[in-house]
Design a protein around this ligand. Structure first.
Ligand SMILES: [Zn+2]
Length: 273
């Protein structure tokens, strides 16, 4: 039986106004080591850098949620963990959650996952069905298997926003997803000194379809310690994107803020304003 939404406390600061655009890290793993061991200082550094909101994806179903203003949680099984969920009823597991997620993710397909393709696809598809039933956006992790993922998204989630987290394909592939409901999310890999493909995708992707993330603690941009990336590094990604697009930071900030609303990643926040 589906648990009605709004039955749990959420973690939003309802007194915080949302009129003015803020930077949002749409994908950061604040609930894993080493970030979870120093949450308060990590969040302080991020807030000092101007990051107003944070979305924490699930990788083994529920995120390890905690109460902190403006930290939002998604729910999902990462394709790299698919083999642990072979015999688990994901819809049952979802029904046991203790919070209302803002999205289903991170979910998808990964050519490097130890789980075989058919199991990954089954787990991905079941979670797309959950997203559809709950009318939630999906946070998509994809490494390879582009056509299979696109087919599954079109088949089950054609009406939902697709957030293509840390998109690693080329622009030809990005276009296929952009013809659907995709937003392309850029992280630290945009800033790597040898990056060519991702800057090209950023250049060609319409600014109305761009989101920003850090994927912390992974994907540290230059200047951040490997495996200790933090949401505060979001500004490095934003600055790089501005260089590529030849726009001002303020323009990017307000456009990405609008995109976050369009991708419905902060629906709960708006509802409780
Ligand atoms: Zn992630």
């Amino acid at each position: 039986m589906a648990i009605p939404r709004k039955s749990f406390p959420n973690f939003l600061d309802r007194n915080n106004a949302i009129e003015s655009p803020m930077w949002v890290d749409t994908h950061c793993h604040l609930d894993v080591e080493p970030l979870c061991l120093k949450q308060i200082e990590v969040l302080d550094r991020a807030r000092n850098a101007g990051i107003g909101h944070f979305i924490v994806p699930g990788i083994r179903g529920p995120a390890k949620n905690f109460i902190s203003p403006n930290v939002l949680f998604a729910w999902g099984v990462h394709p790299g963990n698919a083999s642990f969920f072979e015999n688990i009823d994901l819809k049952d597991l979802f029904a046991q959650r203790n919070y209302d997620p803002v999205a289903i993710g991170e979910i998808g397909l990964d050519i490097q996952s130890p789980a075989d393709f058919n199991l990954q696809l089954k787990i991905f598809s079941t979670q797309l069905e959950i997203a559809k039933a709950e009318n939630l956006p999906v946070l998509i992790h994809l490494r390879g298997f582009w056509n299979q993922a696109l087919a599954a998204l079109k088949n089950t989630a054609s009406d939902l926003p697709w957030v293509m987290h840390a998109f690693s394909g080329n622009f030809e592939i990005a276009k296929l997803f952009l013809r659907g409901n995709a937003f392309i999310s850029f992280g630290g890999s945009l800033c790597f000194s040898n990056a060519k493909k991702t800057p090209r995708v950023a250049l060609e992707t319409p600014i109305e379809k761009i989101l920003l993330e850090t994927d912390a603690p992974d994907m540290a941009p230059p200047g951040w310690k490997k495996d200790e990336n933090e949401p505060a590094a979001l500004l490095d990604v934003a600055k790089k994107l501005c260089q590529i697009k030849k726009i001002e930071l303020s323009e990017l900030k307000s456009q990405v803020w609008k995109n976050i609303q369009k991708a419905r990643l902060m629906d709960d926040f708006a509802l409780h304003d």
